[in-house]
Write a protein that binds this ligand. Sequence first.
Ligand code: GAR
Length: 217
Amino acid sequence: MPSVVILISGRGSNLQALIDHATETSEYQIRAVISNRPKAAGLDLARAAGIETAVLDHTLFDSREAFDAELAQLVDGFQANWVVLAGFMRVLTAGFVNRYLGRLINIHPSLLPAFPGLKTHQQAIEAGVRLHGATVHFVTPELDHGPIVDQAAVQVLPDDTAETLAARVLQLEHRLFPRALAGLCAGRLNWTEASGSLRVNGALDAPLLIDISNKGH
Ligand code: GAR
């Protein structure tokens, strides 16, 4: 069974969705959950599911390079096929990213390439977009710019705030992320480097989830 290591920084709701999917389908096995924050709530979710956890506190490191080198040692120790960022709120060095290129994925709360970075829901409201959502993508050295694996969209409602929009997007993230990871693990999608650009080949059963049914809050 394909194996994964999941990196988190906080709440861990996407982690929980990934755990639930693994339990229900056995499409992948979660070897370990690593947090850069000792008090991340997601660590308790992993422990409750009987998954090994590790903490690497970034505040104890002098440089990004030193932290990432230690993180790579830790990740490598679990010998997993995939490295999954589920709310891991640190910029990774090119050295780390390139070590796992093609088997390192992230979920980002926007329809990339729109709204990379932080405060994506506020950015979406300010831009006046009608659709917003989430993206699972391969991680490359350029932040939030890797090849897109799959996306899910929600309608932006006239009275949405960043909070109400975030809540609806998060619900979709929980459906999108396990589905994308399972598709990768099963080889339904694969990644190649073609003529200097990175592309995702293949397609999941339904490439886009659009939830426009939720008219209220
Ligand atoms: C999620 O919305 C995820 O998309 C986002 O952080 C949240 C983590 O929530 N990730 C990023 O913004 C990465 N740049 P969770 O801990 O409940 O899964």
